[in-house]
Design a protein around this ligand. Structure first.
Ligand SMILES: [Zn+2]
Length: 449
């Protein structure tokens, strides 16, 4: 028993000695690592300092890589200097390669974005590509008044986008914002428009949404005033490289429009309105799901709407009284008597009105309200009055014996304006009555029945 205890004790002492030795070795090792980690290497290319590295071997890696991609031996241009005990930022293999390439005027690695067969962007690195996507998200997020918060739930590009690392000249690297602008604007695509029967260049520009100058610039050799059906006109459209679809949750304050109540007032002139009570719009806190394609909202689903301010009704008084000095658009028969001659061809001549037979002195009334634009003698008509009704119509009252209103007078519908007579080319007392629509004689019986 005693013997055993002694042996065990001595074993403990032995083990602790080994422990001390191992600990000492470990300390030496840590010290060694500490020294190594504190020495860095300065890299010079053709004598110019380009940065520090941690391990000399990455210079060899970069030299080998450039030799294999560019077929150039750059070892003679590179000098490595050891520094100890300085603290500084160091370059990794990729950063060193980029710097060496730049210094030697070699092609530099770039992050190339390709859609289909088309290179859309040449960016410095993947981080820039991610920044491009962030920029697109921002640019395509709708921004209208009242938005408080926008969450992007989904972001999708409807084309296969390929990204590769390629070596390009430094000046080919594009700016993220410029690439975003280019994508938003889209690529130009030529199309042909075939002129249809009845097309004019004015109609085409209106339909297609181009200015005449734009169409002229796309078709420099075409005489746009003389286009013919079947002819082709070149137009240039902006076509997106890809469509960006986003699903958003938008929290916003939205105006709730107020109701408008109309009170009719037959004592107030038609067309006149008076606000009796000013209304005000209400306000609602709204949360909705919104689907956006290239920045345009194409679908909305209301999630929550909470009215925070009630809208106040607006009350408006609307006049309905027809002013008798404003043309009503309907004519009354201007005098008593029967029709003695109808509108149309008569004895080989055009009769541009109707004749109403009545004794001399019978009152003639204005067929509708308007302004007297002629009152006097006119060859053939004798004493005549012309009224402009202001709605495209004019009426003419001929062969009168007396004129009661002068040029420039405003007359109401039914107002006495003249007396029947037989002046001018006339075979007996009658009223010659004409209705002209935009200068063209109409059959008055269609209007006064
Ligand atoms: Zn006549």
């Amino acid at each position: 028993m005693d013997f055993n205890l002694k042996r065990i004790l001595s074993k403990v002492e032995y083990n602790s000695l080994i422990g001390v030795l191992v600990g000492f070795a470990a300390t030496l090792l840590v010290l060694n690592i500490y020294i190594t980690s504190n020495s860095v290497f300065l890299v010079k290319v053709k004598g110019n300092e380009i940065g520090y590295i941690k391990g000399k071997e990455i210079v060899n890696i970069v030299e080998d890589k450039i030799k294999s991609t560019d077929g150039i031996d750059i070892a003679k241009d590179i000098e490595v200097v050891t520094y100890t005990n300085i603290k500084t930022a160091t370059l990794d293999e990729h950063q060193l390669e980029a710097k060496v390439r730049k210094e030697l005027g070699l092609k530099i690695p770039a992050y190339v974005v390709t859609i289909g067969n088309e290179k859309v962007a040449t960016l410095q690195n993947q981080k820039e590509y991610e920044s491009l996507l962030e920029t697109l998200k921002k640019r395509y997020t709708p921004n209208y008044s009242g938005i408080k918060n926008v969450e992007i739930n989904a972001f999708k590009i409807d084309q296969n986008i390929k990204t590769t690392v390629e070596f390009v000249n430094a000046n080919q690297i594009e700016d993220v914002d410029e690439v975003a602008e280019k994508i938003i604007k889209g690529r130009l695509k030529e199309e042909k428009y075939v002129v249809k029967e009845g097309d004019t260049i004015w109609k085409i520009t209106m339909d297609l949404g181009y200015s005449i100058d734009q169409i002229a610039s796309y078709n420099p050799s075409l005489n746009l005033e003389k286009i013919k059906p079947g002819q082709e006109i070149k137009i240039v459209k902006n076509e997106p490289y890809f469509n960006v679809e986003m699903e958003l949750t938008i929290a916003s304050n939205e105006e709730v429009p107020c109701d408008v109540e109309e009170i009719k007032d037959n004592q107030m002139a038609k067309g006149k309105t008076v606000v009796k009570q000013e209304g005000s719009n209400g306000l609602a806190e709204v949360r909705k799901k919104v689907k956006v394609v290239n920045g345009s909202i194409i679908d909305e689903t209301l999630l929550v709407s909470k009215l925070v301010k009630e809208p106040q009704k607006k009350v408006v008084v609307v006049g309905t009284k027809q002013s008798n000095l404003v043309a009503s658009g309907a004519f009354i028969r201007p005098s008593r008597g029967g029709i003695t001659s109808y509108f149309g061809r008569r004895w080989g001549r055009m009769h541009e009105g109707v004749d109403i037979g009545a004794p001399t002195g019978t009152p003639i009334h204005a067929a509708d309200a308007g302004k007297v634009v002629y009152s006097g003698w006119m060859s053939g008509y004798g004493k005549v009055i012309m009224i402009e009704h202001g709605n495209g119509y004019r009426t003419v009252y001929g062969h009168a014996s007396k004129l009661y209103v002068s040029e420039g007078t405003r007359v109401s519908k039914g107002q006495l304006i003249a007396a029947v007579g037989s002046t001018g080319r006339s075979t007996g007392p009658h009223l010659h009555f004409e209705v002209r629509k935009n200068g063209v004689p109409q059959n008055p019986l269609k209007y006064i029945k």
